[in-house]
Ligand binder design. Structure first.
Ligand code: SAM
Ligand code: GLN
Length: 303
């Protein structure tokens, strides 16, 4: 066994025939540190456990256990992808959102923890008001639609322009056994006939739109801008196009007094609020756990 290959597996062409779990963990962490990965220990642990098909406890408990070349090679390939900046969730092909498992890949945005605030808000309103018809616009991975379906008896329309994202959303609905409660609809929110395609009379509309302005894309982390679909991140304009369009379609598709819940970019919360205020009442802006203005909710007014 070559010692040097253990400390630097990614840059060596000769992989060791075998090593131990703990040595492999250390060398993976070292690679991630060198590459400037934000949480090298966590990522190394998760990926090594995935390759070895074991849990974290086993990793440390059986730390001197031998790992053989095929697994070392597999890990090496994963280290290469991660150190080049591919998000951990895309490498794993899955993530957790609202305590539920979701498949994820480059067809859709990786569900964000801050979007759980939107789901929390939606579930509270559904419970208090006995709502049953919900539309999720820009469903992506299906994170919001599936989480609502799992936790309520609602019938949900999950709309997205992207056919491939809708396929992923359907997979996720099946994975969580709620596919029979969700109607998947391919539709462009900006199409003039969107209200007809999406149907009408909803009790609730939820939407996490692409709200990054085109001139802000450069300032996003490389992991985001180099891997996640730009269609999911930006409106290719000032980040407010979806709020303007929502203002037009909400009176057509949401019942009077129905609830509207949308995710926000903190730096444009006030602008989004002033766009939507003419068609809503009781508007509230809810911060996320980091204290950033994240979710706007209001009731469709009768005007
Ligand atoms: N709902 C998911 C979530 O919260 O994780 C994904 C939200 S992602 C920010 C926005 C989604 O809007 C993407 O899935 C994208 O495909 C979709 N989208 C982009 N442009 C659209 C359009 N013109 N009409 C409908 N959906 C669109
Ligand atoms: N919160 C995402 C980001 O900045 C953007 C998602 C969105 O546009 N809705 O990484």
């Amino acid at each position: 066994m070559k010692k040097s290959t253990l400390t630097n597996p990614i840059f060596d062409s000769i992989l060791p025939d075998e090593t131990t779990r703990i040595q492999l963990l250390r060398s993976t962490i070292e690679q991630f540190q060198l590459a400037g990965i934000r949480d090298p220990d966590r990522d190394a642990e998760i990926l090594l456990c995935r390759i070895l098909n074991i849990n974290h406890i086993k990793l440390y408990f059986d730390r001197e256990k031998t790992v053989h070349r095929p697994e070392i090679r597999e890990l090496n390939e994963i280290i290469r992808r991660r150190t080049q900046g591919e998000p951990l969730q895309y490498i794993l092909g899955e993530t957790e959102f609202y305590g539920l498992p979701f498949k994820c890949d480059t067809r859709a945005l990786i569900p964000r923890p801050e979007t759980e605030i939107l789901v929390d808000t939606a579930l509270k309103f559904i419970e208090e008001n006995d709502y049953s018809g919900v539309i999720d616009i820009g469903t992506g991975s299906g994170a919001i639609a599936v989480s609502i379906a799992v936790n309520t008896d609602c019938r949900i329309t999950a709309a997205d322009k992207s056919e491939s994202a809708l396929k992923l959303a359907l997979n996720n609905a099946r994975l969580n056994s709620v596919d029979s409660f969700i109607d998947f609809v391919q539709a462009d929110i900006f199409a003039p006939d969107f209200p007809d395609i999406a149907k009408k009379g909803y009790d609730m509309l939820v939407c996490n739109p692409p709200y990054v302005a085109l001139d802000e894309i450069d300032s996003l982390d490389d992991e985001i801008k180099n891997y996640e679909p730009w269609e999911a991140l930006t409106d290719y304009n000032d980040g407010l196009n979806f709020y303007r369009r929502l203002k037009e379609i909400i009176p057509e598709i949401v019942k009077i007094d129905g609830i509207v819940i949308v995710e926000l970019a903190e730096n444009r919360a006030a602008q989004a609020k002033s766009i939507l205020s003419p068609i809503l009442r009781d508007v509230k802006i809810i911060p996320d756990l980091a204290g950033k203005l994240r979710v706007l909710c209001g009731k469709r007014s009768s005007k």
